[in-house]
Design a protein around this ligand. Structure first.
Ligand code: 5RP
Length: 222
């Protein structure tokens, strides 16, 4: 079986009809959204909000209506993917460029569950380049600053032009190597003027559902 499918399928167990559900971004979340759409006669009274234009378009194409985040008070549960997850259930996200809205939705959710395949599990974060969303006005100076900080920064490109996020920002991917203290790094980067958000998601996931070829594990935050 496809490990991403198994993780997405298991996440359905945590969905309660009549609640408000945050939908993450990425291929694993899209499998989950498809499974939800197939069960919409069962989940009749769910309200959905979305972490990206990509997810909104995908959900709409399957007949699901997305309520804008600004029209929602409290999200009950958010299901999202991740690029890397460590033993403390801290993670790197933003591979799909949706880190800012993903973090806003996650921080406004009662519970947050990530669905990943087992290749995303690591001892320590940092092999996956850390996405940092920055204000376009300052991207050159931030590239120089990150270079001095030895973060191995690279401006994310799409079709030879800077990749533009849903909030019209740019992303600098930092190939840092092992991150010994993700909390410290998140705070350090967020204090830099021009940095909008950092793809370190510390103390956010309550559970991580890990898909393997033939089983799923559910990891819980201690
Ligand atoms: C998007 C993300 C995604 O959740 C992350 O990239 C995982 O994606 P996938 O499920 O396709 O592996 O953070 O910004």
């Amino acid at each position: 079986m496809n490990p991403k499918f198994l993780a997405a399928q298991k996440a359905l167990d945590y969905v309660i009809d009549g609640t408000i559900l945050g939908l993450g971004t990425g291929s694993t979340t899209e499998i989950f959204i498809k499974l939800l759409a197939e069960r919409i006669n069962y989940f009749k009274n769910l309200i959905f909000t979305s972490t990206s234009l990509r997810t909104t378009n995908f959900a709409n194409s399957l007949g699901l209506t997305i309520t804008p985040f600004n029209e929602i008070e409290n999200i009950d549960l958010t299901i999202d993917g991740a690029d890397e997850v460590d033993k403390n259930l801290n993670g790197i996200k933003g591979g799909g460029g949706a880190l800012l809205f993903e973090k806003i939705i996650a921080k406004n959710s009662g519970k947050c569950i990530w669905i990943v395949d087992s290749t995303k599990l690591v001892d320590k974060l940092g092999a996956f380049p850390l996405p940092v969303e920055v204000v376009p006005f300052a991207y050159s100076s931030l590239l120089r600053k990150f270079e001095l900080m030895k973060l191995n920064p690279k401006l994310r490109l799409k079709d030879d032009k800077p990749f533009v996020t849903d909030s019209n920002n740019f992303i600098i991917d930092c190939k840092i190597g092992i991150i010994e203290n993700p909390l410290e790094l998140e705070l350090k980067l967020k204090l830099i003027t021009g940095v909008v958000e950092v793809g370190l998601f510390n103390n956010i996931a309550d559970k991580v559902i890990v898909g393997y070829q033939d089983k799923v594990d559910v990891l819980e935050r201690n």
